[in-house]
Design a protein around this ligand. Structure first.
Ligand code: B12
Ligand code: SF4
Length: 469
């Protein structure tokens, strides 16, 4: 069957810690459109009846191809794990009943464990990594047998694919052409933008290279800034978050991008979802301020040398302190992320992290996750196998976590809860899922409260049932 019409379904409906604009699914939809396919986009994020929505679109659009985007497998929360896959499976079963369209799954979640995801969902074809080339080629191939040969496509019965060619030529994502950005902007007035893909580092637990590739691939700064300007015109957005794996690597890119923002006189506010403390300089901080950067998430994961070294972070506790000093002297608000309970974590290292958090200036907060999600093929997986934390034949599709044997969870939680002097400035994953948070977000947007909204986490904690009195 020739494929002309393709339905892209973004399956993610998680709204914590914030709803995530389906940038990747939109990007792939745009690439399919540019290849000549007729594409419709169904975003299930805010859908109260997702199955009914899918039913309706399939009956009216009658697609010959269906692309499913799966961003998250689970919430990565050791203390309250939740898998999103059962809901996706229900959706897939409905799709199978309604249509015999050629079906392809992709997205960050799929790229981490493609064969296991296909097996679980009972589907046959997935893309590992980016989909802008693979998805159009898969749907445009005359025969299914040819579609299976497309680089990047994994077949349940054919095993892992030919490695795709990772290009540095990117089509513009034109997210606002596919996604109702107003819904997202009504909950936090910020749109995501990606300036580069990949990461050349190899932290013990990290999976990002599986989704984005093993080396840095940068987008032309002029293209990234044009995308921002176009989104400002089309959506009215005035704030953008760079979702690059590491914003300040490879060396030199941060400068090129921010100078381009200044050169084009972009009047917007910017934030970053992951800054590394490694090698941060005072000049970079000043440039970020001048370009309109108002907040950032910084990801040291620990403030203790033993843990940093075991996690393979490639920087030291001294560099973490140095970055803190630089940021505290700036107007930029930083959210400091810590992963507690990894290999070599001990009472001493947790105490160092707690003392670091206690010294942060009032404008800054910490986000603390306990236990680390184990993914296949990572150094952490190898270590977990050696230590008997997981079995060799254990499927990691259902969340498995590493938590050091040198500590108990209870002791760690006590050290964190009691040790941090102002717990209002310390966010734990469970606190990002409060029932009234969406309402507070809407209120924040209506009152035009300054972003980022994580800065109000302390107030939300105080007014939440059972919150701090
Ligand atoms: C930035 C980021 C965040 C930011 C988002 C900010 C924002 N404004 O959007 C924040 C911090 C809020 C966040 C939160 C969460 N995140 Co997050 N996040 C990321 C990160 C680093 C980048 C995501 C991104 O936007 N990429 C850019 C877009 C363009 O890429 P993409 O979506 O992957 O799409 C490409 C491909 O996947 C593919 N593709 C996508 N869809 C499709 C469909 C088809 C058919 C095909 C063929 C291909 C395809 O092509 C696309 C274009 O190249 C990824 C890690 C990574 N490097 O991928 C984790 C990641 C996606 N997050 C993850 C998780 C778990 C979460 C949380 C659940 C964590 C939590 N408990 O809070 C929440 C969920 C939030 C939500 N509402 O969904 C996991 C998902 C894996 C898993 N275990 O399930 C990842 C992979 C990190 C990890 N642990 O490895 N996240
Ligand atoms: S944790 Fe960050 S720096 Fe380390 S490998 Fe992953 S993306 Fe790269």
């Amino acid at each position: 069957m020739d494929v002309q019409r393709v339905l892209m379904i973004s399956t993610n409906s998680e709204t914590a810690p914030q709803p995530a604009v389906p940038l990747g699914a939109a990007w792939v939809a745009e690439a399919m459109r540019l290849s000549g396919l007729e594409v419709q986009f169904l975003d299930l994020c805010f859908s109260k009846k997702p199955l009914a929505a899918v039913d309706r679109v399939i009956r009216s659009f009658r697609p010959e191809g269906i692309a499913l985007s799966i961003r998250n497998l689970d919430n990565c929360d050791f203390l309250a794990p939740k898998s999103y896959l059962p809901a996706v499976k229900e959706l897939v079963e409905l799709v199978r009943c309604l249509s015999d369209a050629r079906t392809l799954v992709g997205g960050a979640g799929v790229s981490l464990m493609p064969l296991q995801v296909l097996e679980y969902l009972g589907l046959d074809h997935a893309v590992v990594g980016e989909g802008e080339r693979a998805a159009p080629a898969f749907f445009r191939a005359a025969r299914l047998a040819d579609a299976c040969q497309v680089p990047g496509v994994v077949s349940r019965r054919g095993g892992m694919p030919k490695p795709p060619h990772l290009s540095s030529q990117f089509v513009p994502p034109r997210t606002h052409g596919w996604v109702d950005t107003r819904r997202y902007l009504g909950l936090e007035p910020v749109l995501p933008v990606q300036g580069k893909r990949g990461c050349a580092n190899r932290c013990l637990y990290c999976t990002y290279h599986k989704v984005e590739g093993e080396g840095w691939r940068i987008r032309e700064p002029a293209d990234v800034v044009d995308e921002v300007l176009s989104a400002m015109r089309q959506t009215g957005a005035r704030e953008f978050e760079f979702v690059d794996s590491v914003f300040n690597e490879p060396p030199g890119y941060l400068e090129l991008l921010l100078e381009e923002i200044l050169r084009k006189g972009v009047r917007a506010r910017f934030s970053v979802s992951s800054l590394s403390p490694k090698g941060l300089t005072v000049e970079q901080v000043r440039l970020m301020e001048r370009a309109g950067m108002t907040s950032l998430v910084i990801t040291p994961e620990s403030a203790a040398d033993a843990t940093l070294s075991a996690l393979g972070k490639g920087f030291t506790e001294a560099e973490v302190h140095r970055a803190a000093e630089l940021l505290s002297g700036s107007s930029i608000r930083a959210l400091w992320c810590f992963l507690v309970g990894g290999p070599s974590e001990s009472e001493e290292s947790v105490a160092k992290t707690v003392s670091f958090v206690n010294r942060l200036p009032r404008k800054e907060s910490a986000y603390i996750t306990t236990g680390i999600r184990i993914y296949p093929g990572t150094g952490l997986h190898r270590l977990a196998l050696e230590e008997g934390v997981v079995e060799a034949d254990q499927s990691l599709l259902h969340p498995a976590f590493y938590f050091t044997r040198e500590l108990t969870l209870q002791k760690t939680m006590e050290m964190l809860q009691r040790g941090v002097s102002d717990t209002c400035r310390c966010i734990f994953p469970a606190e990002t899922r409060g029932a009234n948070l969406s309402m507070l977000r809407r209120l924040g947007v209506l009152l035009r409260l300054p972003t980022p909204f994580w800065r109000y986490a302390g107030y939300a904690k105080k007014i939440s049932p059972g919150g701090r009195r």
